[in-house]
Design a binder for this molecule. Structure first.
Ligand SMILES: [Mg+2]
Length: 238
């Protein structure tokens, strides 16, 4: 089988899973936003975020994640203010220790590209493209990514088929010649297989109540990201 492209999930796949306290993350925003009761604002933002993730999950991605700006609008924050800009920067900086790339990622992506295989990213995320690109750039991955699709920019999210079609289209790749790598059986494995891609599962993430009970069979399971290369080579050479 020809392999034209490999598309990676981001959270829990290209960047290792961390257990995150969303209220704590939003507290960094709320403190910098300088309100009388930052804890209350942090809880409100976290509730709004969780509601959006639950809606994405319960609609199988037909309702997407939306973008952070939608979330801010929902709690009445004016995103045109300098105060918001400072708070957003503090929030994103608070995430920094949790967004570091898996140490295998850079060599894997470089090797795929040496084989003439295009590298893509498809992420369910509310964050803006510019921030994801800054994170990838910090870790040396940005020049190795041919195309990325973020659910913050499209009306749907994984596992909706249209999200995967958007990623294939961005890479100009055929589903039957494309491999998807992700950490979620429902969003990533089911989602990519339903459009005809092969799926590799990295089952390390503690999904907890984000897990969807589904019976799927990945085409391969790896214990670390670097093992993806040998699997892709074996399929390509079969
Ligand atoms: Mg993930």
């Amino acid at each position: 089988m020809p392999v034209e492209a490999v598309i990676f999930d981001w959270g829990g796949t290209l960047t290792p899973w961390h257990d995150i306290d969303l209220v704590d993350m939003w507290r960094a925003y709320a403190v910098a936003y300088d309100v009388a009761d930052p804890q209350s604002l942090a809880e409100q933002l976290a509730r709004e975020e969780v509601a959006r993730w639950q809606r994405q999950q319960s609609t199988s991605g037909a309702e997407g994640t939306g973008a952070l700006d939608h979330l801010f609008a929902a709690v009445g924050i004016d995103v045109s203010t300098a105060r918001h800009g400072r708070a957003l920067a503090a929030y994103l900086a608070h995430w920094d220790p949790h967004t570091l790339a898996d140490p295998d990622a850079i060599d894997l992506m470089a090797a795929l590209r040496r084989h003439g295989i295009r590298v893509g990213v498809l992420s369910n995320t509310m964050w803006p493209r510019w921030h994801h690109e800054a994170v990838f750039s910090r870790d040396g991955l940005l020049p190795l990514i041919d195309a990325a699709v973020y659910s913050s920019e499209i009306p749907v999210a994984k596992p909706h088929a249209s999200a995967f079609v958007a990623a294939l289209s961005a890479l100009d790749a055929r589903p039957e010649a494309t491999v998807f790598v992700g950490d979620r059986p429902w969003d990533d494995v089911h989602g990519s297989q339903q459009v005809g891609m092969r799926a590799i599962l990295i089952p390390h993430s503690r999904l907890g109540d984000q897990a969807v009970d589904i019976d799927v069979t990945p085409d391969a399971v790896v214990s670390r990201l670097g093992e993806v290369l040998a699997i892709v080579e074996s399929w390509r050479d079969a």
